[in-house]
Design a binder for this molecule. Structure first.
Ligand code: GLY
Ligand code: MN
Ligand code: MN
Length: 373
């Protein structure tokens, strides 16, 4: 079903990605990406590195296709084997080697949205004559459109996540806590091949399902309640992100009405998504559908977001306040929801690739309402 991941891994063309960046970003002498204790997903996009943490590591790219990875020796093993120059430092501070690599540069591009201010101030102080250019928007635009290798990782991550979603009814029993179910889902994600969690698993019972990002607590499952599970694993650093809503016991009329409304809103979004459509209009359609079906104003978040190395990738959102033309190869979540305070909520979330004439599903777990008996 999937191509061999080793082939995929070796198939990351670092030089192609660097070339693409310099084609879009002209007139700079170098592109510098710098991790701190905050990690820049673009660092992993360009290096193709699959494991290791790489805190405080840097990447210096030079036109047309050169990449130098500068990292502390702690990460040496994880860094070996890539199609780049590898520079290892034995003392904690890599700045002297970064400065050496940037020697002679007058204009340097940085990813300002990801670079910590303290790191930037050190660079500015060390290179007072350099002109700094922020390329956040260009990097986001490049990374939003996934190549075949990235999509293969995402298909794999979404497949694992979908199978776990399908098995949730077998994990559930009366009186269990949200934390217990979250632990079970998490365990299954890792057991079935995720290298990590894309984010902390969300499980909500009953009234807690009205809180979109509720943290699982010791609430116990009772009959005839909603259960929302929102979770995702990752393969090759690429995230998946799925939400399924169940009823434990029998769904009331009101619960059915909520579920049907969200189902229709998601279908409306999926039916209109394709290259050339603006994400802003997709969100408007979702809001209109939810209003028409009786829950006006009860969705409090975006219809979806970009998905990739980061679970909220490249700051991209499908929302009426965001201009987001859809392009072939972009990956988004589509996750409408309605939330009634004190009662509960419904959210259905899938991950899709935008295509020229529609969408390709990455997640494929059952989407009909399941009443768990
Ligand atoms: N899991 C968070 C989200 O769906 O955006
Ligand atoms: Mn989610
Ligand atoms: Mn999401």
């Amino acid at each position: 079903m999937f191509r061999n991941l080793e082939v995929c891994n070796g198939g990351i063309h670092i030089k192609t990605r660097v070339k693409k960046a310099f084609k879009a970003i002209k007139g700079v002498d170098a592109i510098l990406l710098q991790n701190s204790n905050h990690l820049d997903a673009s660092f992993f996009y360009f290096t193709g590195i699959q494991e290791g943490l790489f805190e405080f590591a840097s990447v210096v790219m030079r036109p047309p296709d050169k990449l130098e990875l500068i990292t502390y020796e702690l990460e040496k093993e994880a860094a070996l084997g890539g199609d780049y120059k590898l520079t290892i430092h034995k003392s904690r501070d890599g700045l002297p080697l970064v400065l050496k690599s940037l020697k002679g540069c007058k204009k340097i591009a940085i990813n300002a949205a990801e670079l910590k201010l303290a790191s930037f101030r050190r660079l500015e102080k060390a290179l007072p004559k350099v002109e700094w250019v922020d390329i956040t928007k260009t990097l986001d635009a490049i990374r939003l459109v996934k190549d075949d290798t990235e999509l293969e990782f995402m298909r794999r991550a979404c497949h694992i996540t979908s199978r776990v979603a399908d098995d949730i009814p077998t994990m559930v029993h009366e009186g269990m806590t949200e934390k217990e179910l979250a632990a079970e889902i998490t365990r299954e994600l890792l057991k079935r091949g995720s290298s990590k969690l894309a984010f902390d698993t969300i499980v909500c019972f009953g009234p807690n399902a009205a809180i979109a990002h509720h943290f699982p607590d010791d609430s116990k499952l009772k009959r005839d309640q909603f259960i929302i599970c929102d979770f995702g694993g990752a393969v090759g650093k690429y995230a998946s992100d799925i939400t399924r809503t169940f009823v434990f016991g029998k769904a009331s009329e009101k619960m059915l009405k909520m579920y049907k409304c969200v189902e229709a809103a998601q279908k409306a979004a999926l039916d209109m998504m394709k290259e050339g459509v603006n994400g802003r209009n997709v969100h408007k359609k979702v809001e209109a559908t939810i209003a028409r079906l009786g829950f006006k104003g009860k969705m409090t978040h975006s219809t979806g977001h970009g998905l990739g190395i980061d679970v909220h990738d490249c700051s991209a959102r499908i929302h009426s306040e965001v201009e987001q033309p859809l392009k072939d190869g972009m990956v988004f979540t589509v996750e409408p929801g309605v939330y009634l305070r004190g009662f509960g909520g419904v959210r259905i979330e899938d991950d899709v690739v935008v295509r020229k004439k529609g969408i390709e599903f990455l997640t494929d777990a059952k989407r009909d309402l399941i009443e768990i008996s």
